[in-house]
Structures are given as C-alpha cells and as structure tokens.
Design a protein around this ligand. Sequence first.
Ligand code: ZN
Length: 252
Amino acid sequence: MLNFIDSHCHLDFSNNISHLIAQAQQVGVSRFVVPSVNYNNCSTVLALSQQYSAVACAFGIHPHFIQSDNKLSSLTKLATAQRNNIVAIGEIGLDGAIATDLTIQIELLVKQLKLAKELDLPVICHAHKAYDPLLKQLRIIKLKRGGVIHGFSGSLVQANEFIKLGFKLGIGGVITYPRANKIRTTVSQLSLENIMLETDSPDMPLFQQQGKPNAPVNIPIIAQTISELMEIDLAQVASQTNCNTTTLFSLD
Ligand SMILES: [Zn+2]
C-alpha cells in the first residue's frame, strides 16, 4: 500500500477524530498536519499531537478568525515555549474576499511571519484573492524555511513566484472538479518537487462529495488526480509529496 501525508487538515473540527485517523490509515494516509486557526485553538491542536503520534501541529491566527483581541502575545509565548513541538506557524495569511480590512490582516500577518523567522519555522499560508499582497510581504520578510501556500488555485506564473521564495503549493480537492480548468492546467505544468497533498478537511469537499464533510481518507483520490494530470506514476506522486512535506516541516 502506498503511503501519503495530509499536509493540511483541521482534524480538531471533528468530534470523531480517532475514526478519521483510523479510516485514513486504512488507505495509507499515515500522517496529518493540523494547523490552529486562533490562539484558543492552539492548546487543542497541541493536545492532539500529543495524543496521536501521527499528528503534527502548527500555531497561528487565520484571517477568518481575526478578533478585536487576537492574543498574539500569548500565542508568541506559547509558540516559543512549545517550539520543538510545533512544525510551523500557521494557519496565517490574507483573504481578499472577507469583510476584515486588508490593512488589519496584513498587520497580523507580518507579526506572525516575523515570529516564524525568529523561531526558524516554516509558515502555512491561507491565500484567497490576495496572492499579490501576500507575495509583497513574503518578499520583504524573506523566510529562511519558506512554507506552503495551502489550497493553491492560481496560475503557473503565480505558482512560480511563490516557488522562488522557497514555498511549496498545497494541492487539494478542487482539482477533482472537471470544470476547475485553471488549477488543473497549472498542476499539469508544475514540477512534483513543488507540491504537497492536502484536504483542508472538513472543508473543500471533493467532486461528487458536495454536502459531505471532507476527510483525510480522500488524499489518495487527490493524489490519483495529480498522477493523471501530471502523467506521473501514482507511487512517485506519493513518495515525492511525502518527501516534500517531511522536509518542509522537518517531520521525523
Ligand atoms: Zn485550513
């Protein structure tokens, strides 16, 4: 059986985590990276990583979860104390389609990028309708460890700009939709060295699964679609994306 990693899933949003893990392991999905979405959520994802050896966690404040008090100084303290128990700063980023002003989002993003740099960690970035403002900040900060643009759905030109900055592209269920021409074309032109597999579960349902919560068990379907689009053997997709993910996050 092939071995896969789900590089981005919110397992803690489910109330049946052990089932999701066992179900995924049955189809070869053996590791899970679970980012937090805000400070309050950090202790939950940390506890998950302590309970399950297959789970690695990251700390960050997601743009959708920006509040009047983001408790960023508490998050900084916790991330510093738990530096060796987290694999990244995330989920952080920018979203051009939400009500929160982009200036406020950028301010929080920059502080968290600086934290990643200080702690020598990669970042997990959410980027929706905001590739250019995100690129601008990443070019200023110049992270040594780079990171991943999760749920990537842009063009090859945009992909290459992130790759130049040491970033991988997280590819998820969107590519299973036959009408998702843009990202399917991009994926067919990317090099396997630059991508990672992800579900973003319970979000981002796959084609023909609309209305059902997404789960890490779907990773092999995403890998199979990549294998077809790139015309590369499925086993090679599995082994190279595993290598990309373990290297970026320094998973043992
Ligand atoms: Zn996410």
